[in-house]
Design a protein around this ligand. Structure first.
Ligand SMILES: [Zn+2]
Length: 160
């Protein structure tokens, strides 16, 4: 398990931000895993389960849509089990600054979303009743205002 980079980070010092979690060589193609850290771990409450589920649906749908401008590079979008953030994996050797504009647009899409949560149906989702759009929008707005719109170097570089 010692090759899981994020386990070696002191999570008590980890601020909300956008971090490169790891880079992997997938048969000659570099893929970059981003730590989209929405909450300060072990310091503030994690994201409510139904809210992070809705965030997963909306962020994934947006990033995989043509309007995101980066759909062809998205490999994976998913919530962290600790519910303090999400992992997003892109093709390519990327930095936090490279993906920040796309992450901002995805959270703005979530903040402003109205209507039915995409793919929240029994045939498309494993727990389709467990969504909370109101709380997902609240979390997206808070992350934008308190972290993404005012991001500093310390929110893009893992603490030593
Ligand atoms: Zn689902």
């Amino acid at each position: 398990m010692n090759n899981v980079t994020s386990f070696s980070i002191d999570h008590t010092k980890l601020l909300p931000g956008v971090y490169v979690s790891r880079k992997d060589d997938a048969d000659g193609c570099i893929i970059t895993t981003f730590d989209i850290r929405i909450k300060h771990p072990n310091t503030e409450p994690p994201i409510e389960i139904s809210a992070i589920h809705t965030l997963e649906h909306l962020i994934a749908v947006y990033l995989r849509s043509e309007k995101s401008g980066i759909a062809d590079k998205v490999i994976y979008v998913g919530p962290m089990g600790c519910r303090t953030g999400m992992y997003i994996i892109f093709k390519g050797d990327m930095t936090s600054a490279d993906v920040l504009p796309y992450i901002i647009k995805a959270f703005e899409y979530t903040r402003d979303f109205e209507g039915d949560v995409p793919a929240a149906t029994p045939s498309q989702c494993g727990n389709y009743l467990d969504h909370n759009l109101t709380f997902a929008k609240y979390e997206a707005k808070k992350y934008l205002n308190e972290t993404l719109y005012v991001i500093k170097e310390e929110n893009m570089t893992y603490p030593l």
